[in-house]
Design a protein around this ligand. Structure first.
Ligand code: DAH
Length: 347
């Protein structure tokens, strides 16, 4: 009987080691250890029939065989499980040397880029950057820059006045600023010359939105106040400024009128859209107007507490959108505010 047990054990262990999946293992367990007709079970059932001294020896050996088969089953099960895990790991293996997929890269919006260039150029020329309120009083926006209530120039800056109901403000007193010139007096009142200031910022005007007009737009205002500032300082600075921002351009000046400057000059550059041949954008002139400027009017200096007999200054104001259009050759400012990636990806 002992020999039979030994054979059963060898047979079982060999089978177990050859098995590749859990179902097979379970079949083997039943084949040998099954409660009713397992091969080993059947042998064990016969032990009580043995002689008393044999019973003990064979009984103990049978238990050992049973334990060995059970252990072998467990071990094989664990081995199969481990192999399965390793296979999964292999399937998920990552080659870290494969070049990555580049995420799409963003860039500055053309308006932001233009503004950044204007600011860095101004800093190089020794200008300080100032910011001021977009909700402004009629006083700073108009009166202090020599545009009294009856000035016809106000018609060119149709304004969004704020509804004063429920506040102490009188109707017509507060508005969304129409230009960054509002900061001339605000800065002059608080600082002493020499002044070299650049004010970039958002402005608002009542307008019909079309290819060249928007109710909300960016402007920047530059001004310089000191003893002995003259028109040639203005012309030289503006000429340099424009040629730095639009390399290779030509600049010319025309006399004009602004309430806040005397004399006043408009700067034109060679139209970058048509190269000077004439197009719809430049109204076939070959030149486009880009900037207003002039010597700060003595009234403006006086209203801000400066003595115009001691100090003189110049100022210039320019639409950022217009500058961006001319730099990037766009024909519709609405494109600059569109979310259309096909437009934005071109820059
Ligand atoms: N404030 C003017 C406007 O928005 C622009 C301007 C013209 C500003 C002449 C100036 C200047 O400082 O001297 O239309």
């Amino acid at each position: 009987m002992q020999e039979k047990l030994l054979n059963l054990k060898n047979e079982a262990l060999a089978q177990i080691m050859a098995v590749r999946d859990n179902n097979e293992l379970e079949k083997i367990r039943v084949e040998y250890l099954g409660k009713n007709s397992g091969k080993l079970t059947l042998v064990i059932k016969k032990i009580p029939e043995l002689e008393p001294d044999q019973k003990v020896i064979v009984g103990r050996f049978a238990n050992e065989v049973k334990k060995m088969i059970e252990d072998a089953l467990e071990r094989q099960k664990a081995l199969l499980q481990k192999e399965r895990e390793e296979n999964i790991a292999e399937a998920e293996w990552i080659d870290v040397t494969i070049p990555g997929i580049r995420p799409p890269e963003g860039h500055l919006h053309p308006l932001t880029q233009t503004l950044a260039d204007v600011i860095s150029l101004s800093r190089r020329l020794g200008f300080q950057i100032a910011a001021g309120p977009e909700i402004e009083t009629d006083n700073y926006n108009f009166e202090k820059v020599n545009m009294p209530p009856d000035s016809p120039s106000r018609d060119t800056q149709a304004s969004f006045y704020l509804d004063p109901r429920g506040s102490k403000v009188q109707p017509g007193e507060i508005l969304l600023r129409t230009h960054t010139s509002n900061m001339q007096s605000r800065v002059m009142e608080k600082s002493k010359p020499p002044l070299r200031v650049l004010v970039p910022g958002k402005c608002y005007r009542v307008d019909d939105v079309d290819a060249s007009h928007n109710i909300e737009f960016y402007q920047f205002e530059g001004f310089v106040v000191d003893r002995g500032i003259s028109l040639t300082d203005l012309l030289g600075t503006v000429d340099y400024f424009l040629k730095e921002l639009i390399p290779g351009t030509e600049v010319k000046f025309y006399a004009t009128h602004f309430d806040f400057t005397e004399p006043s000059v408009e700067a034109y550059i060679r139209c970058t859209i048509c190269g000077g041949k004439g197009c719809a954008y430049c109204k076939n002139q070959g030149w486009s107007e880009v900037l207003g400027s002039g010597m700060i009017h003595p009234h403006v200096l006086k209203f801000a507490g400066m003595d115009p007999h001691i100090y003189t200054g110049f100022a210039f104001g320019m639409g950022l959108t217009r500058l961006a259009i001319l730099r990037y050759q766009l024909d519709d400012i609405r494109l600059l505010h569109s979310l259309d990636m096909r437009v934005l990806e071109q820059f």
